[in-house]
Each structure stands twice: as C-alpha cells, then as structure tokens.
Design a protein around this ligand. Structure first.
Ligand code: B16
Ligand code: MG
Length: 216
C-alpha cells in the first residue's frame, strides 16, 4: 500500500535547472570555454562539486581542491542572486492542484533534493510548510543516483521504501528511486527516463488516482 509521495525539487516543483545552467555557463565562460544545454542535462540531480568536476573535465582543466572550492562558491553566489528573486509564480503548472489531491488522499509527503539551497527555494515559493519531511543537500553525503536522499525521506516519514512513490525529472534521480526500491514516476520524456515505472510530461498531466492505480 502506498503511503507517501517523495518529490524532487528542481524540474518537478520548480525549474531551477535554468538558473543552475546560467550560473555554470557564466563560470565556464570566465574559465575560457562554454557548456551547451545538452551537456547541462548531465548536471541534473548531481551535487554541486560533482557538477563542477564534470564541467572542468569538459573544459579540459585540472585544478587544485582549493581553487575548485572557490569556483563552486562563486557559482553558488551567482545562482543565489537568481533564485533569491523567485516567487510563488515560479511553481510549475499543476503542482498546487496535485498537492491538493495528495492531501485529500491522506498521503504523506517529503522533499528529496540534493540541493543545499532547497530550504531557501521552498521558502521563496511559499511551499516550506507543505512537506511532512524535508531532505536536502545538507542532510546527505551522497548525491543521486545514490538512493540516500529518498531512503532518508522514507525513514523520516516512518514508512517503508516499498510504500513510497518518487517523482523525478533527472536520469540520476530516477535511478536513485529505483535503487531505493521505490515506484518511480518520471517527469519528462519516456525516451530519456527509461528506468521509470511510468512517465508524464509534468504533474499537470497526472492525477493522484492514476499514480496510485499503477503503483499498487
Ligand atoms: P546546490 P534536485 C539538484 O537539485 C540539481 O538538479 C543539480 O543540478 C544541482 O547541482 C544540485 O541540486 C545541487 O544544488 O548547488 O544548490 O546545492 O534536482 O536534487 O532538486
Ligand atoms: Mg530534478
């Protein structure tokens, strides 16, 4: 029996991927190279330092730990400038309606994001009080595709992984949910999110009933 829904943040509830991309692109440009939107797909759901390492590898740069820490801090400063301007208008279409259905169905909810900025973002969009548990980048040691973020969510909600449904837009995040033993709803395209148990373009195209029907 499904008791809880666990939600990724970036790409499911808000589209902060665009801000991550803008900030990383600015950093890459300062370092003398560029990153494409296609390359950016690989950074989704991946932690800040792992993202930086992928970018530096892409640009053919090897830098000492200390410099990398400075670059990551610089990117985060630029990213924060962008997300600090977010408002409830940035919530993706269909999200409030979907959460209303979730509450009506009596399900528990958790946020499962590897972002250290997740608490700030949900505060900005007015969703800080919506979740029964919040797992963010400050509470975990391993990013997606490791299942840690979702297993901690299930743990805080005091439910079993098999009683959880994960909503994820990133390849790494879908894999994390599956490795955690959960039913995973991919948000995006079925051709990309091949490991997901079912896929919808966004929460707007989905009802809680449809999900519970498939997950049982
Ligand atoms: P931060 P999610 C992830 O959020 C993003 O998808 C990923 O691109 C980002 O690098 C990561 O958070 C870390 O974010 O630098 O804010 O700690 O998809 O797990 O909600
Ligand atoms: Mg995501």
């Amino acid at each position: 029996v499904i008791k809880a829904f666990l939600f990724d943040l970036d790409g499911v509830i808000v589209d902060t991927a665009i801000y991550h991309y803008q900030a990383w692109k600015r950093l890459a440009n300062e370092l003398g190279f560029d990153i494409s939107e296609e390359f950016n797909e690989r950074l989704k759901g991946v932690s800040r330092m792992e993202s930086l390492n992928l970018i530096l590898e892409h640009g053919g740069l090897t830098l000492p730990d200390e410099t990398r820490a400075e670059l990551a801090a610089q990117k985060n400063e630029w990213y924060l400038e962008l997300v600090s301007r977010m408002t409830p208008d940035d919530i993706l279409p269909g999200v409030p309606q979907f959460f209303a259905q979730v509450r009506k169905a009596g399900l528990l909810t958790a946020l499962g994001s590897v972002s250290k900025n997740a608490p700030l973002i949900i505060e900005r969009i007015g969703m800080a009080q919506v979740f029964d548990a919040i797992i963010d980048g400050n509470k975990i040691t391993r990013g997606k595709p490791d299942p840690e973020v979702f297993l901690k969510g299930a743990d805080e909600l005091e439910v079993n992984p098999a009683e959880c449904v994960v909503f994820e837009d990133a390849v790494a995040g879908v894999e994390a949910g599956k490795r955690g033993g959960m039913f995973v709803v991919g948000i995006g395209s079925p051709g990309v999110l091949t490991l997901a148990d079912m896929v919808a373009p966004s929460l707007q195209e989905l009802t809680v009933e449809q999900v519970l029907d498939k997950a049982k």
